[in-house]
Design a protein around this ligand. Structure first.
Ligand code: IFM
Length: 442
């Protein structure tokens, strides 16, 4: 089974980047050679992770990184997106941990030798635990600690990086981690979620200032995730509910970057739940970015509710992936077109898109035709958005390989490469072969 694009698609031109993506905590393992992070603590508390697992071994990428780079090369990709583990590269006293830095230098050097562009994310959720102990993202000082970390690591990595993203998915860190508590650090209050989001956005702006100064030749930006919100019916009350959900879940994280304010839904919040914003914060947050990374997986459907601003509906009969997320590729096109209308956007990279499927390794093969279908329909959706004038310059499959899927542990597999966690054997799935062949066909 193949993945194809129309021959005239700009996605098949040489200046479109295809890649695969991962994140430090999800693949690295070797937890004993770095400081503890909030996910180590969260995993150690019973009931937080569905299979009771943790990131101590994960895909043992710190040990197997050389063969993993060979694997990436074999997929024909132009780029590899990965994240740097803050607790691996900065010691508790704030100085660089040279052993950790060297791990990334070797990785970057090997990628560059092979002509694979390194897209580096500076924060993909693994906050050092000692910083969480001082309040984590609820403490404004954390934004300045992040800025200091960025300054040190960017200096140490020199000219080895092609692109930096400050943050991956502020929504997940703030909302899932501090507002509803299903991700680390497991705090749950509206006021916490909104304040954490504000401090993360502030940290993004402070980090961008450092990148502009110390790394002006890399492509610098941020990665946001979006779950587009649809009304259940054409009823005006449902339409309003969906708009409010969109402002709360999606626009909250992008509007400050371009419009220097939060969406109107801030006025629906109790005063005590609104974030503390200092004067000048929005000027810091709204730094010019070279690219916007967009992560898309699914949509959500909402209806009006008598007691809350909106209520999410479970689309019971809709097609879903193994993690229960509806497959609805039209939302991907709609999202890209609507963001392009609402904001003055820089070039866009799809920094994550993919699907968890119930894969089976049989006779050394994984015939994940369901995942191939997902990639096909979502690549078509991106192509349709480009046809409608959206400037998308790249696409990264999530993920290179099966890995630690946060609160789901190792139960959900997003990889285009299968990982046997007992043997650490990697097997390219049928989707990985189809993706490789699509890229190779250019
Ligand atoms: O695995 C995650 C990734 O870390 C961030 N974006 C969504 C993926 C799938 O849940």
């Amino acid at each position: 089974m193949k993945i194809t694009l129309p021959p005239e698609s700009p996605m098949l031109s040489k200046d479109f980047t295809f890649g695969v993506a991962t994140a430090s905590f999800q693949i690295e393992g070797a937890a004993d050679t770095r400081l503890p992070c909030i996910w180590d603590t969260f995993c150690a508390q019973a009931g937080n992770i569905r299979d009771g697992s943790d990131g101590k071994q994960a895909c043992e990428h710190v040990k197997l990184w050389q063969q993993d780079v060979d694997l990436i090369e074999s997929l024909n990709v132009d780029a590899y997106r990965f994240s740097i583990s803050w607790p691996r590269v900065i010691k508790q006293d704030g100085n660089l941990n040279q052993e950790g830095v060297d791990f990334y230098i070797h990785l970057l050097d090997k990628l560059n030798t092979k002509g694979i562009k390194p897209y580096v994310t500076l924060y993909h959720w693994d906050l050092p635990q000692h910083i969480e102990d001082q309040g984590g993202w609820l403490n404004r000082k954390t934004a300045f600690l992040f800025q200091d970390y960025v300054e040190k690591i960017v200096t140490a990595l020199g000219n080895r990086v092609y692109s930096y993203a400050t943050f991956n998915e502020p929504f997940c860190s703030a909302f899932l981690g501090y507002e509803i508590g299903i991700h680390a650090p497991g705090k749950a209050k509206v006021a916490y979620g909104r304040q954490a989001a504000h401090h993360i956005l502030l940290a993004h702006g402070l980090g961008m200032q450092v990148l502009q100064q110390l790394s002006p030749n890399t492509e610098n930006g941020i990665v946001l995730n979006f779950t587009p919100c649809y009304p259940h019916t054409d009823n005006p009350a449902d339409i309003t509910a969906a708009r409010k959900a969109d402002e709360y879940m999606n626009q909250w994280y992008i509007k400050p970057l371009f419009d220097k304010c939060y969406p109107d839904i801030i006025h629906d919040l109790a005063q005590a739940d609104r974030p503390i914003i200092e004067s000048g914060d929005f000027d810091i947050i709204a730094q010019k970015i070279d690219f916007l990374g967009i992560n898309f997986y699914t949509r959500a459907v909402y209806e009006a509710h008598p007691n809350t601003l909106y209520a999410q509906i479970d689309m019971v009969n809709a097609p879903k992936t193994d993690i229960g997320w509806e497959v609805y590729p039209q939302a991907f096109t709609d999202l890209l077109v609507s963001l392009n209308q609402a904001y003055d956007l820089p070039p866009i990279f799809i920094t994550e898109n993919g699907a968890a499927m119930a894969d089976k390794l049989t006779d050394g093969k994984v015939l994940d035709t369901d995942r191939i279908d997902y990639y096909q329909s979502h690549l078509n959706a991106v192509n349709n958005a480009i046809t409608q004038g959206v400037n998308v310059k790249g696409y990264f499959a999530w993920s290179l390989m099966d890995n630690f899927e946060w609160a789901e542990g190792y139960l959900k597999r997003f990889g285009i490469v299968y990982v046997d966690y007992q043997t650490q054997q990697r097997t390219i799935k049928a989707s990985g072969l189809a993706y490789r062949d699509l890229i190779g066909s250019r």
